[in-house]
Design a protein around this ligand. Structure first.
Ligand code: F6R
Ligand code: MG
Ligand code: MG
Length: 366
C-alpha cells in the first residue's frame, strides 16, 4: 500500500519560558488527532514534544502536501494555541505566522517533513526532532548515515547499499535545489552542506531503487517572516534496514554532539545533545540544543511504537561530551564562535548602537 508519513510541528507556546511543552497541550492535540483518526482522515498519529515544540507524527494515504492533512495540523495548532493563551504559556502561537490557512502549512511557520512510499514487508522508520537549532543541523548526520563508510559500514559491505545515495540540497536563501550523487560527488556536496545555515539536505534517495530514504524540514522562519520569530527547530524522517542504513547506523552520527546554531536567543552555537523525549527540556542558557528520536515499525500504516531511541544508555557518553562542550562554549560569553556571526544572529542591537555612535566613528589615518 502507498503510505504517507507526515511530521508537522510548531512551537505554539512554551512551558516554562521556552523550555518545554505543557502536558495539557499534548492532550489537546491528541484529542484533535484522535477525532481525525475516527473520521478516517488519519490511519494513525503519535503526538509528542521536543522541548517547546508540539510534534504530530501522522500516517495517511493522502500523499505529500495534502490539503486536508495540512489543515488538520493547522487547526490542531490553532486549538492548542487557544489553550496556550488561556494558560498564558510563553510565546503562544509564535510559529503561526498567518491568521488564515491557505491550503498548505509550508511557508506559514510550522515545520514539515513528509514522504510517500510503499510500505515494505518490515518498514522501520526513525523520526528525529530537534529543539533550539535549525534544519542545517541534519546535514552532518545525514551525510554520515548515507555517505560515510566510517559511520555506515553497509555502504561498503552490503550489496543492496553499495550503489550509494543521492542527496537533494536546497539553497534556502536563493530558493534553488540541486542533487548530488554519492560517493563520486562527495567533495562537491561537502562544499555546500558544510555551510548548513544556507545549504540544507532536503531529501536522500537510494540510487538504484530510487526509493526515498530520508526527508527533512527546511523551513527558515526568519526568512519567511523577514524578522526574528523563533527557531526552525527541525524534524527529519529516516527509513532504516534492508537497502537503507541499519538502525544502529542511523543513530550513530548523534554520538558526536556537533556544534549547531540556535542556542540562547537563536544567536549562539552549542552542542546538539541526544536525549530521551522526557529529557528534551532545554533549560541551561535555554539549552543546550536537543535532539530526540522515536523509532517505529509500520504495520498497514499503524505506528507500532514509539521506541525512544536516545533513551539508550549507549548515548550517555555523547551526553557527557555535550555537557563538557556546553561548559567550554559558555566560557566564551558574548564572543564568537559561541555567539553567531553578526548577520546570523536572531537578536541584535547593532543598528541602534551604530546609529547612536554614528558621529563618533572617524577615519583611520594611515
Ligand atoms: C527560544 C529560544 C530562547 C529565547 C529567549 C528569549 O527558542 O531560543 O532562548 O530566544 O528565551 O525569549 P523571548 O524573547 O521570548 O523572551
Ligand atoms: Mg518557544
Ligand atoms: Mg522550539
Amino acid at each position: 500500500m502507498n503510505l504517507t508519513l507526515s511530521v508537522i510541528k510548531a512551537d505554539i507556546g512554551g512551558y516554562v519560558g521556552h523550555s518545554e511543552s505543557h502536558p495539557d497541550i499534548l492532550e489537546k492535540a491528541r484529542q484533535c488527532t484522535d477525532k481525525a483518526k475516527k473520521q478516517g482522515l488519519l490511519i494513525d498519529c503519535c503526538v509528542t514534544k521536543c522541548g517547546d515544540d508540539l510534534q504530530l507524527i501522522m500516517t495517511h494515504q493522502g500523499g505529500e502536501s495534502n490539503e486536508k492533512i495540512h489543515k488538520l495540523a493547522w487547526d490542531t495548532f490553532v486549538d492548542c494555541t487557544n489553550l496556550a493563551k488561556s494558560l498564558k504559556l510563553h510565546g503562544a502561537g509564535q510559529d503561526l505566522l498567518s491568521d488564515a490557512f491557505s491550503g498548505n502549512v509550508r511557508g506559514m511557520g510550522p515545520g514539515v517533513a513528509e514522504m510517500e512510499f510503499k510500505e515494505r514487508e518490515a518498514e522501520t522508520v526513525i523520526v528525529f526532532m530537534a529543539d533550539k537549532t535549525s534544519a542545517g543541523a541534519w546535514n552532518m548526520p545525514l551525510y554520515k548515515m548515507f555517505a560515510d563508510p566510517f559511520n555506515t559500514i553497509g555502504l561498503v559491505i552490503a550489496p543492496n547499499m553499495h550503489c550509494g545515495f543521492a542527496f537533494e540540497v536546497q539553497d534556502v536563501k536563493e530558493h534553488k535545489t540541486i542533487t548530488f550523487n554519492t560517493p563520486e560527488e562527495i567533495y562537491d556536496l561537502l562544499v555546500f552542506i558544510g555551510a548548513p545555515s544556507r545549504y540544507m539536505v532536503k531529501s536522500v534517495h537510494h540510487r538504484e531503487s530510487k526509493e526515498i530514504a530520508a526527508a527533512s524540514s527546511t523551513q527558515r522562519l526568519a526568512l519567511i517572516a523577514g524578522r526574528y520569530v523563533g527557531k526552525d527547530d527541525p524534524v527529519c524522517i529516516v527509513r532504516s534496514q534492508g537497502e537503507f542504513p541499519a538502525v544502529g547506523e542511523v543513530v550513530e552520527p548523534f554520538t558526536l554532539p556537533l556544534l549547531v546554531e540556535g542556542w540562547m536567543r537563536g544567536s549562539h552555537h552549542g552542542p546538539l545533545m541526544p536525549v530521551s523525549v522526557e529529557d528534551s527540556t532545554p533549560t541551561r542558557f535555554d539549552g543546550p540544543p536537543r535532539v530526540t528520536s522515536l523509532g517505529f515499525q509500520l504495520s498497514q500504516g499503524k505506528l507500532v511504537g514509539p521506541r525512544d531511541m536516545f533513551a539508550d544508555k549507549s548515548f550517555d557518553n555523547a551526553r557527557q561530551q555535550a555537557l563538557d562542550a556546553a561548559d567550554y562554549m559558555r566560557r566564551h560569553g558574548p564572543f564568537e564562535p559561541h555567539r553567531l556571526p553578526l548577520e546570523e544572529m536572531e537578536y541584535t542591537t547593532m543598528p541602534d548602537v551604530l546609529k547612536k555612535l554614528k558621529g563618533r566613528f572617524t577615519d583611520i589615518k594611515e
